[in-house]
Design a protein around this ligand. Sequence first.
Ligand SMILES: Cc1ncc(COP(=O)(O)O)c(C=O)c1O
Length: 453
Amino acid sequence: MNHSEAMHQTPIDIETVDRLKRESGIANVGKSSIRELVKLVVQIEKATNSQFVKMEMGVPGLATPAIAIEAEIEALRSGVTAVYPSIEGIDPLKKEMSRFVKNFLNVEVREEGCIPTVGSMQGGMAAFMVANRCDKAKDTVLFIDPGFPVQKNQLRMLGMKYETFDVYNYRGEKLRSKLEKYLQEGNISCIIYSNPNNPTWVCLTEKELQIIGDLATRYDVVVVEDLAYFAMDFRVDMSKPGVPPYQPTVAKYTDNYLMLISGSKAFSYAGQRIGCVVISDVLFKRRFPDLKRFFPNDEFGKAMIFGPIYGLSSGVAHSVQYGFAALLKAVNDGKYNFVEETREYGEKAKILKQIFEQNGFHIVYDRDEDKVLADGFYFTVGYQNLTGEELLEELLYYGVSAISLSTTGSKREGIRACVSQVARSQFGILEERLKMFNENHKVDKAVAQSTAL
Ligand SMILES: Cc1ncc(COP(=O)(O)O)c(C=O)c1O
């Protein structure tokens, strides 16, 4: 228990929270992984017969579109479960992904470069395994952070090195010299970032993407552009196939790129674990003799397919490929507006941010250069001078769960809140709990000040 709770009533029983924290064996709850925290929260809920406002895990809160489910059922009935899918992906999905990239990014990528993966989680792992091995001298991945913590775990599992910096103080033109500082060292193989960004919802501007693209070409590094939240910058309407504005991308500024396009959030398809790696035509065909150290083929695209995609899972489950292909076809044909469906996240974020701000919290990452940040799947908040880890731990007594920014490569204090699992019916409860949190902490601050005097 934190000292501040000692004097106050909290919505969740303090002793039970403390006991379960101890029993969980997690050394530092503020630093725990998302999955560890989820487990602890479920235990607290059970033991205290309470319900948390869960903001820690990015679980899509919407139903998978029926088009996809129907197509999967049809594929299952047709007998695809009995046979291995081809590892480079089924033709209809490759075709629709290539069309999707043209329609929503205005970028041309041949079908061969669109390779289904078991979610972008596998796509990222596969990307590291190839992009970080193209050149013996370049053995380090550079994260434009904050970022998705599991990608660093993947590098640890692979025994690979990484460098990271928090983009907060390097927006706009300042990004150039910061990146160059790393690239001049000569050991960086690839640069990775998500856009929109998990955890901050920062959206890199065209100027910033151009800087990244120019430098990627100049220093010959691969950009791994993680588009897990495709077209979810709701400040602009990117929902019409073949009509600008498009999802901003580094692909406009360099040929050295691959993109990770996930089905999970933009298409509410997380349960079936589907995404695609999309490799630029030029990079796909490029030969890197050093790849031969690990893969039978030194051509980038072939190394990807016959290396990690084959070796990790032998491709992606057959039926979901049909489901995703049917969904993308409807999207490409203008028959299904996937962006409209996810707009609910942005609308909830706007209200949730207000609830936090009205109760003494502040938004930590608040701008894209001169623009106010978009409302989307995540936002970041801080409270007075509490560290993110302290804030996360204290909020547990108030039945609110989130993750600390310190686990994401952020140098700022605060937590990431995810809107997807918060039902609109919980807004009132959240407001009450944060109000109580704020009042209790105001009292603490006053007590601390009077003792200091
Ligand atoms: C930035 C980012 N990349 C990748 C992923 C993983 O996506 P998938 O569910 O497709 O494996 C996530 C999921 O939260 C994410 O936020």
